[in-house]
Design a protein around this ligand. Structure first.
Ligand SMILES: *[C@@H]1O[C@H](CO)[C@@H](O)[C@H](O)[C@H]1NC(C)=O
Ligand SMILES: *[C@@H]1O[C@H](CO)[C@@H](O)[C@H](O)[C@H]1NC(C)=O
Ligand SMILES: *[C@@H]1O[C@H](CO)[C@@H](O)[C@H](O)[C@H]1NC(C)=O
Ligand SMILES: *[C@@H]1O[C@H](CO)[C@@H](O)[C@H](O)[C@H]1NC(C)=O
Ligand SMILES: *[C@@H]1O[C@H](CO)[C@@H](O)[C@H](O)[C@H]1NC(C)=O
Ligand SMILES: *[C@@H]1O[C@H](CO)[C@@H](O)[C@H](O)[C@H]1NC(C)=O
Ligand SMILES: *[C@@H]1O[C@H](CO)[C@@H](O)[C@H](O)[C@H]1NC(C)=O
Ligand SMILES: *[C@@H]1O[C@H](CO)[C@@H](O)[C@H](O)[C@H]1NC(C)=O
Ligand SMILES: *[C@@H]1O[C@H](CO)[C@@H](O)[C@H](O)[C@H]1NC(C)=O
Ligand SMILES: *[C@@H]1O[C@H](CO)[C@@H](O)[C@H](O)[C@H]1NC(C)=O
Ligand SMILES: *[C@@H]1O[C@H](CO)[C@@H](O)[C@H](O)[C@H]1NC(C)=O
Length: 415
C-alpha cells in the first residue's frame, strides 16, 4: 500500500483512489452542566481487511458528522472517564483516561469498525463488528493543561488497524468549561535539531547517547508565610535515570537537564527538617534536608523522584531516605562549584553544577558564609601546591645564584 499525507491533511491511497479532506472535529463529554472532556482532533484510520480475492487496505478520515457516543462518561468511583466517538454505520473510537493526580493520559484506546458497512469496506469477505484495543498511547499531559499535538502520530491497534492523529487539542478531568490555556505540548511538536524531517509520522526518538550540555543554574527559594526566605538554592541539576526505553526496548541511562525556567519550587521549612520540591513538566524531584543538633551539621537526607519521560515504559518513581550527602555546618551555606554526583540509587543519580544552598538559619534573605565542598577545596589546593612549588624553585635558584656570586667574589679576592 502506498499512502501519502500532504501538509494540508489530504490523504489518499493509490490502491483505493479515495480522497478525503480531514478536518478537526470537536467533541465534548459532560456530566450535568459540567464538562469533563473536550477534544478537538483530526484522525484517519488505515484498516486492512479480507476480500474473496486477497486483502485490501482502506484509509478514511473521521467525518465531521462524528458525534459523542453513548459509551462516553465522565466516570466516577472506580470508573475512568471515557470519550467515545461514533461515526458512520457502527464505527467508534474510544479513549479511556486515567490520572495519577499530576498527569492524565489516554490509558486505553479502542477502535470498533463494522465490516458490514459495504460503502467503507467494499467486498469484505466477513461481516460484523471488529473491536480492538491498545493500552499503548503517548497522549499524556499535566493536569489542568491542554494536551496539544499538531504533528501527526500513529497508534497501532493491531497489525490490521492504525489510527493517525493530528492537530489534537484535548483535555480530560477539566475544571472549567473551556480548554485550559496552559498547554502540554507533545514531544513531536518540540523543535528537533538532529533528526532530518521525514514524510512519515514521527515516533519517539531514542534518547540521545550524547550527554546534554551542563544544565543552566536555577535559583530556587522558599519563603515563610511572612515573606522571608527560609531555604535558598542556586544550582544546575542533571538527572541520570536508568530505565527501560520504549523505543529501544532495552535498559538505558537517560540524562536530562532540569530546565530552571520550566521548574517551580515549593516545599516547607522547619527547625530540623526542610523539603524542597522541584516540579518540571514531567519530573517531580524532592530534596529533604535534616539538621543534626548533636553535630550541628545539616545534610541532604532524602531524595525522591517521580518522572514519566516520553521514552519511559513506566513511571519512574523511586527514592532513598537514608542519605547523608552535602554535609555542612549549621549557619553556613554549602557551596560546590565543581560538578558533583549525588548517588541516590543504583538506577538514579544527580549531577550538580555550581551549587550553593542553605536550608536552615537564613538571615536577611541571604546566604551565610560558605563552607566549600571537598572537590572545590581540592581544586583550590592544586594552584596552591603549584604556586608553592614555583615559589620554592625561585627561592632555590636565587640562593644558588647568591652562593655562586659569593664564591666567585671570594675567588677574585684570593688571587
Ligand atoms: C444546569 O444549569 C441549569 C441552568 O443554568 C440549572 O437550572 C440546573 O440546575 C443545572 N444542573 C446541574 C446538574 O447543575
Ligand atoms: C478482486 O476482484 C475485484 C472484482 O471482483 C476486481 O476488481 C479486483 O481487481 C480483484 N483484485 C485482485 C487483486 O485480483
Ligand atoms: C453495520 O453496518 C450495517 C450495514 O450498513 C448495518 O445494517 C448495521 O446496523 C451496522 N452495525 C452496527 C452495530 O451499527
Ligand atoms: C487543578 O485545578 C483545580 C481547580 O482549579 C485544583 O483544585 C487542582 O488542585 C488542580 N490540580 C493540579 C494538579 O494542579
Ligand atoms: C485498559 O485495558 C487493560 C487491558 O484490557 C485493563 O486491564 C485496564 O483496566 C484498562 N484501563 C482502563 C483505565 O480502562
Ligand atoms: C518570619 O517567620 C519565621 C518563622 O515562621 C520567624 O523565624 C522569623 O523571625 C519571621 N520574620 C519576620 C521578619 O517576622
Ligand atoms: C549515568 O549513569 C550511568 C549508570 O550509573 C553511568 O554509567 C553514566 O556515566 C552516567 N552518565 C552521566 C552523564 O552522569
Ligand atoms: C522487548 O524485549 C523483551 C525481552 O528483552 C521481549 O520479551 C519483548 O517481546 C520485547 N518487546 C518488543 C515490543 O519488542
Ligand atoms: C528557557 O530558557 C531557554 C534558554 O535560556 C530559552 O531558550 C527558552 O525560551 C526559555 N523558555 C521559557 C519557557 O522561558
Ligand atoms: C547526629 O550525628 C551523630 C554523630 O554522627 C549521630 O550519632 C546521631 O545519630 C545523629 N543524630 C541524628 C538525629 O541523626
Ligand atoms: C540509599 O543510600 C544509601 C547511602 O548512600 C545506600 O547505602 C543505600 O544502598 C541506598 N539505598 C538503596 C535502596 O539503594
Amino acid at each position: 500500500m502506498v499512502r501519502r499525507c500532504s501538509s494540508a491533511g489530504v490523504c489518499w491511497t493509490l490502491l483505493m483512489g479515495c480522497v478525503f479532506a480531514a478536518h478537526a472535529v470537536t467533541f465534548e463529554v459532560t456530566d450535568g452542566n459540567s464538562t469533563c472532556i473536550k477534544a478537538d482532533l483530526n484522525a484517519s484510520f488505515s484498516i486492512t481487511y479480507n476480500t474473496n480475492n486477497g486483502t485490501r487496505v482502506v484509509v478514511f478520515g473521521l467525518p465531521s458528522s462524528a458525534r459523542v457516543g453513548n459509551g462516553s462518561s465522565c466516570g466516577g468511583r472506580e470508573v475512568p472517564p471515557e470519550l467515545q466517538v461514533s461515526f458512520g454505520a457502527g464505527h467508534a473510537l474510544g479513549l479511556v483516561f486515567s490520572s495519577d493526580g499530576r498527569l492524565y493520559r489516554v490509558a486505553n484506546m479502542s477502535l470498533q469498525y463494522n465490516l458490514s458497512d459495504t460503502s467503507t469496506f467494499p467486498q469484505s469477505s466477513s461481516t460484523g463488528v471488529e473491536t480492538m484495543m491498545t493500552n499503548v498511547s503517548e497522549i499524556f499531559a499535566r493536569m489542568n493543561s491542554t494536551y496539544k499535538c499538531v504533528s501527526s502520530s500513529t497508534v497501532s491497534l493491531s497489525a490490521r488497524a492504525n489510527v493517525t492523529f493530528s492537530d489534537v487539542h484535548l483535555e480530560a478531568y477539566m475544571t472549567g468549561a473551556n480548554l485550559s490555556k496552559d498547554e502540554s505540548v507533545c514531544s513531536a511538536d518540540l523543535p528537533v535539531t538532529t533528526v532530518a524531517p521525514t514524510q512519515t509520522p514521527r515516533t519517539t526518538a531514542a534518547p540521545s547517547p550524547v550527554p546534554p550540555p551542563a544544565p543552566e543554574r536555577g535559583n530556587y527559594t522558599l519563603t515563610n508565610t511572612n515573606g522571608t526566605a527560609c531555604l535558598l538554592a542556586l544550582m544546575g541539576l542533571q538527572l541520570n535515570v536508568t530505565h527501560r526505553s520504549k523505543s529501544l526496548n532495552q535498559t538505558v541511562s537517560e540524562v536530562v537537564n532540569l530546565q530552571p525556567n520550566k521548574t517551580t519550587a515549593s516545599g516547607s521549612c522547619g527547625a530540623t527538617l526542610a523539603t524542597l520540591v522541584l516540579t518540571e513538566e514531567l519530573t517531580n524531584l524532592t530534596f529533604t534536608f535534616a539538621l543534626n543538633s548533636t553535630t550541628q551539621k545539616f545534610y541532604l537526607s532524602a531524595v525522591n523522584i517521580s518522572a514519566f519521560w516520553p521514552d519511559m515504559t513506566d513511571r519512574f518513581a523511586e527514592g532513598n531516605g537514608s542519605l547523608n550527602l552535602l554535609q555542612c555546618s549549621v549557619g553556613r551555606s554549602y557551596m560546590c562549584s565543581a560538578e558533583q554526583t549525588l548517588s541516590v540509587l543504583p538506577t538514579f543519580s544527580i549531577n550538580t553544577f555550581r551549587m550553593q544552598l542553605q536550608p536552615f538559619n537564613i538571615t536577611s534573605n541571604r546566604f551565610s558564609a560558605v563552607e566549600e565542598c571537598r572537590l572545590d577545596q581540592e581544586n583550590m589546593l592544586i594552584p596552591i601546591i603549584v604556586g608553592a612549588a614555583l615559589a620554592g624553585l625561585v627561592l632555590i635558584v636565587l640562593v644558588a645564584y647568591l652562593i655562586g656570586r659569593k664564591r666567585t667574589h671570594a675567588g677574585y679576592q684570593t688571587i
